[in-house]
Design a protein around this ligand. Structure first.
Ligand SMILES: NC(=O)C1=CN([C@@H]2O[C@H](COP(=O)(O)OP(=O)(O)OC[C@H]3O[C@@H](n4cnc5c(N)ncnc54)[C@H](O)[C@@H]3O)[C@@H](O)[C@H]2O)C=CC1
Ligand SMILES: O=C(O)[C@@H]1CCC=N1
Length: 270
């Protein structure tokens, strides 16, 4: 068994990345080893993707491992770092990529001495290849490591490179953002139901409106304020809706949500 890609934590985000790496043949199934303690998840990942599985995190460090990808919860990071301390391969020096919210490059480099480390923050649309990932390379990385990280995350969407002091803000915006947008879609549909629409039609209208608006803004590159102006007829329906959103503090609610999530990411890093 020649392992090139080791994944520690085969949950939601680990699977999202894994599925696209396999589909794009960036790694062969046989070259991937997933370390995951839940036997039901192990069985699922083995059946669904044909990858190797283990419950022993230490096994992902092999002489041929090119990338060790950390996709466990930040709360178990210290325990896992201790567990791995004496198997870290300082000879072949695999690239360690972490997507853990709030865990800093300093903490990662202390846990993986001398290894090249890249901190990243993807988001759940990665599952369908429409994610966005911010990456931030550590002190021991070179151009090849950056290219590797970009190649892996390009398989699940767009990639931006940022400096680490912005990582908490990225987490608060795009990392957590899919949940805010899901809440907005659900609430729009609820509004439609309150106005008399059948639930299935309301859900479809809400979802396609958000999807279509994002696609329109993305493809035309017009400013969101300009799109708002185009929809808003004088004395019409849209301005009546917007006036109510402003009374309810809609913009402020979103701004404060991003700030609160950013602050929580900072706390997790302490
Ligand atoms: N869910 C999201 O939208 C995003 C999550 N993240 C980050 O990704 C990481 C993973 O998040 P999710 O995939 O949502 O969590 P998850 O709970 O779905 O996956 C974590 C996996 O790690 C496994 N695990 C638990 N203890 C372990 C251990 N000791 N060794 C190996 N595996 C272990 C769990 O069984 C689980 O399958 C977190 O650090 C989070 O901050 C980053 C960006 C977005
Ligand atoms: O809620 C969290 O902590 C993770 C990080 C970004 C999205 N989910």
């Amino acid at each position: 068994m020649i392992i090139k890609f080791g994944l520690i934590g085969g949950g939601v985000m680990g699977e999202a990345l894994l599925s696209r790496l396999i589909a794009r043949k960036i790694y062969q199934r046989s070259e991937v080893l997933v370390s995951e303690p839940q036997t039901s998840r192990q069985g699922f990942l083995e059946d669904e993707y044909g990858v190797n599985v283990t419950a022993d995190n230490r096994l992902v460090f092999t002489p041929t491992t090119e990338v060790v990808f950390l996709a466990i919860k930040p709360q178990v990071f210290s325990a896992i770092a201790q567990e791995l301390a004496d198997v870290i391969d300082t000879v072949s020096k695999p690239l360690v990529i972490s997507i853990l919210a709030g865990v800093t490059l300093n903490q990662l480099e202390a846990a993986f001495p001398q290894l090249p480390v890249i901190r990243a923050m993807p988001n759940t649309p990665a599952t369908v290849g429409a994610g966005i990932t911010a990456i931030c390379p550590g002190a021991y990385t070179n151009a090849n490591h950056h290219e590797t990280a970009k190649k892996l995350f390009s398989a699940v969407g767009e990639v931006v490179e940022i400096s680490e002091n912005l990582m908490d803000a990225v987490t608060g915006l795009s990392g957590s953002g899919p949940a805010y947008v899901a809440l907005a879609i659900e609430a729009l549909a609820d509004g439609g139901v309150a106005a008399g629409l059948p639930r299935t039609i309301a859900n479809q209208l809400a979802l396609q409106t958000v999807f279509g608006t994002a696609k329109l803004l993305n493809e035309t590159k017009i400013h969101p304020a300009e799109l708002k102006d185009r929809v808003t007829s004088p004395g019409g329906t849209t301005i009546a809706g917007i006036a109510q959103l402003e009374r309810a503090g809609f913009r402020s609610a979103l701004i404060e949500a991003v700030k609160a999530a950013t602050a929580r990411s900072q706390e997790l890093g302490k």
